[in-house]
Write a protein that binds this ligand. Structure first.
Ligand code: NAP
Length: 493
């Protein structure tokens, strides 16, 4: 149900009665409002999650959790079109991409249903020990009440990555979606309720990060914060979590490189680069926003890339045929266009784009934008822009490419395009990034660990790593002999 908080399977207003507008970024119109939760609302949600956890959910069977997750996946599939339309309206992404996110969400709920049911850690694994008088078993148990704070770029998917893993692990959750795109989190909560989720195991509070988000992070009843968002907010959350020693996982920003060697099939490589830079309007944490191009192929490659970028159809994501939608909102649009202006001011050359596409006069649209003649000190090369802005540098040697790729504070993703498998693998081995792609780009493998190195954060989502992030690990060591220890029975001298 739109426009309410979801606490203990009830739909309620914020205590203050305040609300936040939901704006369609394609036409800048308000089409809905959601509550602006404050500390009191957050407290109610955390208390609901605590009561559900202590009241029995922590001992719920993996089979029950699997059944509920599967039922939710089924209900998501049944609501596919409605969810996709809502996501496109709220976030701006083209409808086919929103529908892809919905389909992926259903698959992820199913994957975690299976992981919950098959996880050997519930029963424990016996270690092989070098002694015969002890037996040690390693077991996992649910971590408790978890706060799941998500960004606006993939609202359905981010909700799913965290909620599916946390519920599979036996935790109870309080989700705080971005204030900019809260609607599909509420729609998914409604489907969870319909799927039979018991009261309190999933709660969704909408609100501002600085109010609802911080109240959640500060709340002593929360055991863990799983956060996806900017590096600046991640840093703040980590410091706020310190006094209560909450566990923290941080999936943060990136400035990921794509290295293109001179042996590639050019048309195919151009497509991978375009996809890495412009899909989801470049608002992807792993977006390959730095192109490292072997100098011998640079002129031909850039010509094709420019042509390709100009061919992308930009417009309202609900219009058939549109390949790129608007940026998510006014503030973000200002930030991205300020970076484009800074690139020009700092001396980079605008190969293409940089402005509002022709024929559009409303909405937060930006052409696919490519800068050449970029130097490593420039802001367009160093900072995460989080928009359809690609910066290009050429290189001569493999070593130079690796050094340039690693010359960033971030370490989220990297892509290498080369027909020489040995070289591609050798280069990937030397790049400090948690997610790497060889001869492809932006492929999300839901069974594999997802997360960053360096200032891109720590902790991993997806696959079994995503579920283990919501578990505590415990050893049970058992004494096997019939006899006692005998420590104090040495003869007295
Ligand atoms: P953001 O501004 O950091 O916000 C992320 C979430 O944190 C939102 O729900 C936000 O609420 C909330 N928040 C803001 N300040 C907070 C605070 N002081 N305490 C608690 N919560 C707070 O990031 P964003 O602009 O939404 O998302 C873009 C960023 O996410 C990019 O840097 C991108 O790289 C990163 N990202 C990373 C991954 C990954 O897997 N590594 C995936 C997707 C996105 P409000 O929106 O209401 O302020």
């Amino acid at each position: 149900m739109s426009g309410k908080l979801f606490i203990r399977n009830e739909w309620v207003d914020a205590v203050s009665g305040r609300t936040i507008p939901c704006i369609n970024p394609a036409d800048e119109t308000e089409f809905e409002r959601v509550p602006a939760a404050g500390p009191e609302d957050v407290g109610r949600a955390v208390n609901a999650a605590r009561a559900a956890f202590d009241g029995g959910w922590k001992r719920s069977s993996p089979e029950l959790r699997g059944k509920l997750l599967r039922e939710l996946a089924r209900n998501i599939r049944a609501a596919r079109e409605r969810l996709g339309q809502l996501e496109t309206r709220d976030n701006g992404k083209p409808l086919p991409e929103a529908l892809f996110d919905v389909d992926t969400a259903a698959q992820i709920f199913e994957m975690y249903a299976e992981l919950a049911e098959q996880f050997d850690g519930w029963h424990g694994t016996n270690l092989t020990l070098p002694v015969d008088y002890l037996q040690t078993t390693v077991k996992y148990q649910p971590l408790g009440v978890v706060a799941l704070i998500t960004p606006w770029n993939f609202p359905i998917e981010q909700f799913t990555w965290k909620v599916a893993a946390a519920i599979a692990a036996g935790c109870t959750c309080v989700v705080k979606p971005s204030e900019i795109t809260s609607l599909t989190a509420l729609a998914l909560a409604e489907l969870a309720q319909k799927s039979g989720f018991p009261p309190g195991i999933l709660n969704v509070i909408t609100g501002y990060g600085s109010e609802a988000g911080e109240a959640l992070v500060n709340h002593p009843g929360v055991d863990k914060i799983s956060f996806t968002g900017s590096t600046a907010t991640g840093r703040r959350i980590m410091s706020l979590a310190a006094p209560t020693l909450k566990r923290v996982s941080l999936e943060l920003g990136g400035k990921s490189p794509v290295i293109v060697f001179d042996d590639v099939k050019i048309d195919r490589a151009v497509e991978w680069v375009m996809f890495g830079a412009f899909v989801n309007q470049g608002q992807v944490c792993t977006s390959t926003s730095r192109l490292l191009l072997h100098e011998t192929i640079a002129p031909a490659f850039l010509e094709k890339l420019k042509k390709g970028a100009r061919s992308i159809v930009v417009g309202d994501g609900r219009t058939p045929g549109v390949q790129m939608g608007p940026l998510v909102g006014a503030e973000h649009y200002r930030k991205v266009t300020d970076y484009v202006a800074a690139g020009v001011r700092e001396g980079a050359e605008l190969l293409t784009g940089g402005g509002m596409p022709s024929g559009l006069n409303r909405g937060y649209f930006l052409e696919p934008t490519i800068f050449t003649n970029v130097e490593p000190h420039m802001s367009v090369w160093r900072d995460e822009i989080f928009g359809p802005v690609l910066s290009v540098k050429t290189f001569r040697t493999e070593e130079e490419a690796i050094a340039l790729a690693n010359d960033t504070d971030y370490g989220l993703a990297a892509t290498v395009l080369s027909e020489d498998t040995d070289r591609a693998e050798r280069v990937i081995d030397q790049i400090d990034a948690g997610i790497t792609w060889q001869n492809c780009n932006q492929m999300v493998v839901m069974q594999a660990p997802w997360g960053g190195m360096k200032k891109s954060g720590f902790g991993r989502e997806l696959g079994r790593w995503g579920m283990e992030a919501f578990l505590e690990i415990k050893q049970r060591t058992r004494w096997l002999p019939d006899a006692g220890l005998g420590w104090y029975q040495q003869p007295v001298p």
